[in-house]
Design a protein around this ligand. Structure first.
Ligand code: ZN
Length: 216
């Protein structure tokens, strides 16, 4: 692989966004598939019953969402299920990382011992997702443009729900403009990026393998 100059990049992000909806759809699909004798005559189900079912499902979903303890970051953007349903978004890797808080920030990677500190390259605090989005001087230029586009009447920082719903387009453009890889570097030259870690391991395995007598 190394000789062929392959570059392999692993990226894994746990997604909370929309998971309950997916689970519910899966469950319903399985229930129907399991029961061969299912023969619903949908046209005969009164609309009121369907509405009631939908309302109950929504309540249940909301209950699960409220109870979920591992989705803090996402909840700040979508406090209620209704907020999420009412917001049409095109999920990209960066947007998912921002909405879940599970992205390439030093604070997050440090939790897995992939960085030896959490300090941002701007030297003005821990590099959390919020820091990058709302405080970091490295992203200030683009953020000022976002503020400008938000208009003078809005307060800053705007609420996350407001950012992802009303000025959605400019906010998502702002997110896409952020170079998370670059924000890892500069004063951090002794550390490997996730890509670097992988290359390093491959190199080590390759070197060890090549020097082992049995393989000679
Ligand atoms: Zn910073």
């Amino acid at each position: 692989m190394m000789r062929a100059k392959w570059k392999i990049k692993f990226s894994w992000v746990k997604v909370h966004v929309g998971i309950f909806g997916n689970e519910m759809a899966d469950r319903l699909a399985k229930e129907v598939a399991r029961n061969d004798e299912t023969s619903y005559e949908y046209s005969k189900i009164p609309i009121s019953a369907l509405n009631r079912e939908a309302a109950e499902a929504l309540l249940k979903w909301q209950e699960q969402w409220t109870k979920a303890s591992k989705a803090e970051a996402t909840k700040q953007y979508f406090p209620t299920v209704q907020d999420r349903i009412g917001t049409k978004i095109q999920l990209t890797a960066k947007l998912t990382a921002v909405l879940t808080g599970h992205g390439k920030t030093k604070a997050y990677l440090h939790r897995f011992n992939l960085r030896d500190n959490t300090k941002c390259i701007c030297n003005e605090g821990d590099q959390t997702m919020d820091h990058i989005l709302f405080q970091c001087t490295e992203t200030r230029k683009r953020r000022d443009l976002l503020k400008l586009q938000l208009g003078a009447r809005r307060t800053w920082p705007a609420s996350k729900l407001e950012l992802i719903t009303k000025p959605k387009k400019v906010f998502t453009e702002y997110i896409e403009s952020i170079d998370f890889d670059q924000l890892q570097q500069k004063s951090d030259s002794s550390l490997y990026s996730a890509m670097g870690d992988f290359c390093f391991d491959v190199t080590r395995v390759f070197l060890h393998g090549a020097t082992m007598p049995s393989l000679a």
